[in-house]
Design a protein around this ligand. Sequence first.
Ligand code: FES
Ligand code: FES
Length: 156
Amino acid sequence: MSKFSLKINGKLHHVEAESDTPLVWILRENLNLRGTKFGCGINECGACTVKMGDEAVRSCNITVANSVGEDITTVEGLHHEQKDHPLQIAWLENKVPQCGYCQPGMLMTADALLTRNPHPTEEEIVGEMSDVLCRCGTYPRVRNALLQVVKNGGGK
Ligand code: FES
Ligand code: FES
């Protein structure tokens, strides 16, 4: 076991873990940030997506050791970034979630997209969001919600 300091949602957290522990388990088990979901564990589904800097990163596919020094945002951090975050408002207004399991990954993928590009085209939105697996087929509502955010001025 080694000690690691991770910056998550604007705060420094200190954890003890094996260096190869995937970040998703540090978030969920050590820090009780259970918004981030575990799906496939093999970098395919996107349920575990968090934001690292401006990028959407799959937390099952990055170790705690490799997360040190990064600015990590989980779905719980959206609210801290901005009260009534535009994505949360649009997700509610468009009734996006069905079972909800993929939605933290969807939201963090959307947040990273808007951070990099506040005014993506519909094509860019569809392309980016199709990387996250939604077995309930919420893609049309995800697209509509993101188009609404873009129309209202982007994510920030
Ligand atoms: S659990 Fe990480 S991509 Fe599926
Ligand atoms: S809302 Fe059920 S998997 Fe996406």
